[in-house]
Design a protein around this ligand. Structure first.
Ligand code: DAT
Ligand code: MG
Length: 230
């Protein structure tokens, strides 16, 4: 609607951005004719398990996004919204940031480069409206001097762990091993965003990846080497 994007695809749904993820499958087509297996969550999410199961196409690694947009809270498929902000992109840190999440064992299920609309940035940061830096924050996110690299990462406790990996909002208070603690020194240019709760993840993934087919469910070949608790 108001946005420019590095990719060109019409986006009639919730978020007012034009962007293209690496999704190609739609919910409908991917489900058709597939051999299906049902998985239910367990353990800490036992309460949710009774009401939650999703079908996974075991024949194809790319298929329908059929589960709740932020996965199951506390489950092995919990999801968070992570974005490398324009300063992180300008500084050439995208690969390093992706690498941290990949090497940790998290799974990338959505990725795109976007110059967000003002409307999208204002919705994303709605809780900060009224703060003195709000206008500057929205401008820096939307002025197109570099895109935002928007991502959805999936895995056990990824929302809380993602925040921990990112570090404190003010990089001067971030631990030296965190992303902000290693790569930045100014709160206004702290290079990365991460959802701060399950509710925020739901909202943010919906805003940035709200269109059907933008997120990919796929099975990591090494999943058992990452997840097994013996
Ligand atoms: P976080 O990004 O750690 O979730 P937040 O939600 O409080 O932090 O703020 C969102 C962004 O707004 C933050 O990453 C950088 C910017 N910001 C926050 N406080 C600021 C301040 N005092 N001055 C300038 N920018 C600020
Ligand atoms: Mg925040």
């Amino acid at each position: 609607m108001f946005a420019r994007s590095v990719a060109r695809i019409a986006r009639p749904a919730a978020a007012s951005i034009k962007a293209r993820g690496f999704a190609t499958a739609s919910r409908a087509t991917a489900a058709a004719g597939s051999r299906m297996a049902a998985f239910a969550t367990a353990g800490a999410v036992a309460a949710g398990a009774a009401s939650y199961a999703y079908f996974q196409n075991v024949q194809s690694p790319i298929h329908a996004d059929a589960k709740p947009i932020a996965g199951v809270k506390g489950g092995a498929n919990e999801r968070t919204f992570i974005a490398v902000k324009p300063d992180g992109v300008q500084r050439g840190l995208v690969g390093k940031i992706i690498n941290r999440f990949e090497e940790r064992g998290y799974k990338l299920v959505g990725l795109k480069a976007v110059v967000p609309s003002k409307d999208l940035a204002e919705q994303h940061y709605a809780d900060l409206k009224g703060r003195p830096f709000f206008g500057g924050l929205v401008d820096y996110m939307t002025n197109g001097k570099a895109p935002v690299i928007a991502m959805v990462w999936e895995g056990k406790d990824v929302i809380r762990q993602g925040r921990s990996m990112i570090g404190a909002t003010n990089p001067l208070e971030a631990g030296p091993g965190s992303i902000r603690g290693q790569y930045c020194i100014s709160v206004g240019r702290n290079i990365i965003h991460g959802s701060d709760s399950y509710e925020s993840a739901e909202k943010e993934i919906g805003l940035w990846f709200g269109k059907a087919g933008e997120l990919i469910e796929w099975e990591a070949a090494n999943a058992q080497w990452i997840f097994s608790d013996n």
